[in-house]
Design a protein around this ligand. Structure first.
Ligand code: AMP
Ligand code: TRP
Length: 345
């Protein structure tokens, strides 16, 4: 993806990164490599502000247990802080702490045709996966568009499954601007661009997209026996120990790829293709051991930070609240401008 929005010198408004993640279960490697890793990198690389939020209103489309939702929200916040979110560089807030987003959702809904939402692939996928076909689930992309447009975001770093939602957001921004600010010097709502990570599609243990709804995820913070068990679930073929292992379409190899630089990956590919490591046979058991060691090592520091924040929930809450204050000020400005344009103020 070109970094289309990283710098537009003539644009006097600040550039802003924004992304959200749903608190609908345990955060997995797909979320990390598809989204969180680039969120963390952008807070250091991006020349504007970074806004990250926990999409708790969205999660109500799937979570029906208040305690579970609260605990998931805390878990996402912990995960971001553990993975290196720097509260001096980026915001981390709860979506529902900025209720203005629901008001903008309604304004956008009135300029959005049914046809646009009927084309949403995620609705069809989720309905097929057995999620209740509530009107909230159908409406999901409008709320997501409001999330993005409310903060005049310019760049939205997400995994591949979210591209269509960002494209719908672009359409909704255009419909709204056309309806209420045609010919204005500055658009009322800015059109965002999506940005994919290096691993926009992470496969799950069964080779389908890693997803909470498919129950095929690998967690970030497991260790020891629990990690061994999780990695043990990666589906493999029945190649005998010592025989060459096919690399193409191999789930263990695809997951190892996420953790290795080119040189190391070439070496590992060699073990797979030979079915040997040095003088010893190399099979799926060894490949899985390697994967478990990679996961454990990659998140070792994050696991420690996580333990710290777990023991200090008040620090987590303080970050969420401070972030919400800043985000809310911007939200108000955008919402007021939109309401004025519609004749509501
Ligand atoms: P969700 O869990 O659906 O809220 O997703 C949060 C973020 O993780 C979004 O940016 C998704 O695109 C990304 N994501 C989720 N699953 C995957 C996956 N299997 N591969 C890559 N990115 C993913
Ligand atoms: N729909 C996104 C997902 O499931 C989460 C999300 C909600 C989001 N609002 C957003 C992502 C705004 C980016 C920007 O992954």
């Amino acid at each position: 993806m070109p970094d289309a929005n990283v710098e537009t010198v003539r644009d006097p408004q600040p550039q802003r990164v924004l992304s959200g993640i749903q608190p609908s279960g345990v955060i997995h490697l797909g979320n990390y490599f598809g989204a969180i890793a680039q969120h963390m990198a952008l807070q250091h690389e991006f020349p504007g502000e970074c806004f990250y939020f926990i999409a708790d209103y969205h999660a109500l489309t799937t979570v029906r247990d208040a305690e579970a939702l609260r605990s998931n929200v805390f878990d996402v916040a912990l995960t971001y802080l553990a993975c290196g979110l720097d509260p001096d560089k980026a915001l981390l807030f709860r979506q529902s702490d900025i209720p203005e987003v629901t008001e903008l959702t309604w304004l956008l809904a009135t300029v959005t045709n049914m046809g646009l939402l009927e084309r949403a692939v995620s609705f069809k996928d989720k309905a097929e996966a057995g999620i209740k076909r509530s009107t909230g689930l159908f409406f999901y992309p409008v709320l997501m568009a409001a999330d993005i447009l409310l903060y005049q975001s310019t760049m939205v770093p997400v995994g591949k499954d979210q591209i269509q939602h960002v494209e719908m957001t672009q359409d909704m921004a255009t419909y709204f601007n056309e309806a209420y600010a045609k010919g204005a010097e500055q658009p009322l709502l800015r059109r965002p661009e999506y940005r994919l990570s290096k691993a926009p599609y992470v496969p799950g243990v069964d080779g389908r997209k890693m997803s909470k709804s498919y129950g095929n995820t690998l967690p970030l913070f497991a260790s020891g026996k629990q990690l061994k068990k999780a990695v043990g679930a990666v589906v493999t073929d029945s190649t005998a120990l010592g025989e060459p292992l096919t690399v193409e379409g191999n789930n263990v190899y695809a997951l190892l790829e996420l953790f290795c630089e080119a040189d190391e990956l070439a070496e590992i590919r060699g073990y797979f293709e030979a079915g040997r490591r040095g003088d010893d046979p190399f099979g799926y058991g060894h490949a899985k051991q390697l994967l478990a060691a990679k996961i454990s090592e990659h998140f070792a520091d994050a696991r420690e930070r996580r333990e710290h924040y777990q023991a200090h929930p008040e620090e987590v809450e303080a970050v969420l609240q401070r972030s919400a204050e800043r985000a809310r000020a911007i939200a108000r400005e955008t919402l007021d401008a939109c309401k004025r344009a519609c004749g509501l103020l």
